[in-house]
Design a protein around this ligand. Sequence first.
Ligand SMILES: Nc1ncnc2c1ncn2[C@@H]1O[C@H](COP(=O)(O)OP(=O)(O)OP(=O)(O)O)[C@@H](O)[C@H]1O
Length: 451
Amino acid sequence: MSSILIVEDDITFSTMLRTWLIKKGFKVNSASTVAAAVKTLLDNDGVDMVLSDLRLPDHDGLFLLEWMQKRGFSIPFVVMTNYAEVQNAVQAMKSGASDYIAKPVHPDVLLQKIKDALKASGSDTGKVSVEVKPADSTSVKSSAKEKKFLDGTGTASRRLYDYVALVAPTPMSVLILGSSGTGKEHVAHRIHDCSRRTGRPFVAIDCGAVPRDMAASEFFGHVKGAFTGAISDKRGAFVEADGGTLFLDEVGNLSYDVQVQMLRALQEHRIRPVGADYEVEVDFRLICATNENLAEAVDNGTFREDLYHRINEFTIRMPDLKERGSDLFLFADFFLEQANRELERNILGFDAKASELMAKYSWPGNLRELRNVVKRAVLVSTADRIRPEDLNIQITSSTLSVRPLYDEESELSHIREALSTAGGNKSKAARLLGIDRKTLYNKLDKYGINH
Ligand SMILES: Nc1ncnc2c1ncn2[C@@H]1O[C@H](COP(=O)(O)OP(=O)(O)OP(=O)(O)O)[C@@H](O)[C@H]1O
């Protein structure tokens, strides 16, 4: 049975098409945004062809086609378009689409086109022979059911994971900088998993949560009787992490005393448990994270410069969610599925207004906030799709995101498309793009578009 992915934001039409194709013996998935389509393609390794609208809420169909080509999905891509947009369909064919069909769709014509496209690709035998594999094998290791994390496909996400892949196999100490909720701990884990130390311990300590007077004992351990309450020997975090990775979160909170001992541990790979008259050799790789400006702390004298250089052999800066472009929708769909499973619900997605609101919001709490907002919305939603009122987010002057929702490379084409959809009306185009009018004017100047 051949499997078709319908990418269409007109839900009524999409449902009709889906029902009809199922009756004709196809297996059918549907997605209403490019982000959801990307996710379906990554999570299902049996899609034989894509039947896509060109005009979609987050990107256009050509963007999806381009993404598939880059990722090595060599399956037929048939465009569905209005008569008025036949020009765009021609462009799609030039870019590698297999065929196009004009709306309103005539069932018999569509069926013939599907058969032809599948035949041409050799996928009409019921056997799935297409390569549905992302270029980056670390992105999708397991099925959606098991996956707890998602990498994202946008420029910022790709850059982030390129750095991770670069530094992970080395012994270098890594400092991960980024706002709260951006996924610093997850990236620290990924570095460990992609290093030679994988399979050995990964010990994470939140330096902000360790009481000052217990810090030395937490990090370096103690011997029985070292202080009141030390009723037995304790192995500290360094010993626990022996052979593996030690992850120090909120490293800016370390007291000066502990910083001195930490520096020694890093230089000599030996530590002395509190109250001991011996030293212990330890083999660890250090990864630190902070959302503070450590360089400033060095200038203020609250963080030792020598330690700063030791822990900072390689820096990774986590992008804020608002910098991750349309990956926002990939993450939103991902958290939606997670919440559906956890709460035993079956919410299908986000309606257009909710998507627009999410695009405009700046997500100061980043991925953590998005996950919580989506989970709550899944719980309270009384409709098939999440509506704006389910999201419980407020756009204020401080939470209005003025960034484009697209990767740089496709920004220009989105601006053009928004302008054409809006009939040249800049205010309307800016609204469609989720940016303010002034930002749009700046961008028009940047790209040399007359206004
Ligand atoms: N790549 C990802 N895919 C899916 N969910 C993610 C990803 N990264 C982070 N998250 C979600 O965001 C939450 C916060 O991530 P994490 O604890 O790694 O952030 P953090 O930057 O270390 O935050 P903090 O600075 O507050 O400690 C996680 O619990 C997880 O639910």
